[in-house]
Design a binder for this molecule. Structure first.
Ligand code: 5RP
Length: 229
């Protein structure tokens, strides 16, 4: 008997469904997180032969390599056919919040070099307006305190804090820190992403509007819904 939680069962379902959107011989960008881990496992089990993959984190690269799937670095491949990744939130235009796993910078880089972004998500990630999930922002450590002030100046309900791991600031694969920003309601994700991206010390903001999803495979108890944006 499987001990998988209902949410994990939905993640596994969409991860498997994504395989049908990948052609043999494709170059595949691979994201980061628990849904993507199901995707990597499904990819390995499928025996689908790929040209190769480019991954968005050390964790995903390690998982891919362990399962015998070839991993290349971003600069070795000009263009990827498809990028498959999860999301913390996705809304009806395909705009997303990402970075719950602290991999947002490389996720945006790999998404930018891909022809198509396929978001795989369980239905808990579907929202009408982005912002209930604390927005991850990768920052250069010396700018963190000032950037917390910049976010909190956006509204009295906004609170920003440094993400900790074992009591210390979490250090990303890029040797930077993460802020998590609560209390936002992001009504214009394109403008918000552009604005925050220009603040000195911001490496990457976890709003993916300019790099939005083209397709979302949304896991529901009734089956996988395929949404096009
Ligand atoms: C990692 C991400 C993930 O895609 C996001 O956090 C969703 O994760 P999960 O699939 O574990 O729910 O952006 O930086």
């Amino acid at each position: 008997m499987s001990s998988m939680s209902p949410q994990d069962a939905l993640k596994a379902q969409v991860a498997k469904a994504a395989l049908s959107l990948i052609a043999p011989g494709a170059w595949v960008g691979v994201g980061t997180g628990s849904t993507v881990n199901f995707f990597i496992d499904a990819l390995a089990a499928s025996g689908l032969s790929l040209a190769g993959t480019v991954s968005s984190s050390e964790a995903s690269s390690a998982r891919l390599s362990k399962l015998g799937i070839p991993v290349f670095s971003s600069h070795e491949v000009a263009l990827l056919d498809v990028y498959v990744d999860g999301a913390d939130e996705i809304e009806p235009h395909g705009y997303m919040i990402k970075g719950g796993g602290a991999a947002l910078t490389r996720e945006k880089i790999v998404a930018a070099q891909s022809k198509q972004f396929i978001c795989i998500a369980d239905e808990s990630k579907w929202v009408q307006t982005l912002g209930a999930f604390p927005l991850p922002v990768e920052v250069i450590p010396m700018a963190a305190a000032r950037l917390i002030q910049c976010f909190e100046a956006l509204g009295s309900q906004v609170q920003a804090s440094l993400r900790l791991k074992d009591g210390q600031p979490l250090v990303t694969d890029n040797a930077q820190h993460i802020l998590d920003v609560k209390g936002l309601e992001i009504h214009d994700p394109l403008a918000f992403e552009s604005m925050v991206s220009q603040w000195p010390g911001v490496v990457t903001v976890g709003v993916f509007a300019h790099q939005k999803a083209n397709v979302c495979l949304l896991g529901t108890p009734q089956g996988v819904r395929t949404l096009y944006f």
